[in-house]
Design a protein around this ligand. Structure first.
Ligand SMILES: CC(C)(COP(=O)(O)OP(=O)(O)OC[C@H]1O[C@@H](n2cnc3c(N)ncnc32)[C@H](O)[C@@H]1OP(=O)(O)O)[C@@H](O)C(=O)NCCC(=O)NCCS
Length: 163
């Protein structure tokens, strides 16, 4: 089934929100355990669109099945930096869709003049770490016990790539 990678549009926001929520509820990957309310997600996307920051989605038969965004911190001294987040529905993982999404998002980041893209990832998330290393992200540090979910602590890796 062909998968389309494209910039998000306002009519995709509900689909994006549903995927974000599904991945968050897996409790294993993201920085939140459920998606923020739909209106907050709408504001997030609309702000990113207005700022022209990279916000890609993957579509299967018109349905949103994944995303990759790079947001810009709202401070002048960090204006060269972007913060990357991404995810796919479980049944679409391991098919190099993540590779396509992150490549497109990093291309956009270069195009808008970002110098550094950073992220945090849980130490157990081998697939995401492999993907980021393949995109030339380096591990810059470890937040020891940086995450606690269901009373279990986990280290958080800080990774970044410079252009
Ligand atoms: C992380 C994620 C976006 C990666 O996307 P994906 O489409 O599944 O990954 P890809 O198929 O493009 O694989 C990327 C690389 O991961 C590696 N990889 C694949 N499966 C792996 C596994 N089980 N363990 C370790 N590495 C693995 C491979 O090296 C692969 O590159 P290759 O195909 O060139 O050899 C996706 O798995 C996902 O949504 N995970 C849950 C949410 C998440 O972790 N988000 C990121 C939070 S920081």
């Amino acid at each position: 089934m062909p998968i389309e990678i494209k910039q998000i549009e306002p009519h995709h926001i509900e689909g994006f929100h549903a995927v974000l929520d599904a991945v968050a509820r897996e409790r294993q990957y993201l920085a939140f355990l459920e998606a923020p309310p739909l209106e907050a997600a709408r504001m997030f996307v609309e702000t990113n669109l207005a700022r022209g920051t990279p916000q890609l989605i993957a579509l299967s038969e018109g349905r949103v099945i994944g995303w990759c965004d790079i947001t810009k911190p709202n401070r002048p001294i960090y204006s060269h930096c972007g913060v990357l987040g991404m995810g796919l529905l479980p049944e679409f993982r391991g098919q190099r869709i993540g590779t396509r999404l992150i490549r497109a998002a990093l291309d956009d980041a270069r195009r808008i003049g970002l110098h550094r893209v950073e992220l945090t990832v849980r130490e157990s998330n081998a697939q995401a770490i492999a993907l980021y290393k393949a995109m030339e992200f380096r591990i810059e540090g470890v937040k020891r016990d940086g995450v606690r979910v269901d009373d279990r602590y986990e280290n958080l890796l800080m990774m970044a790539v410079l252009f």
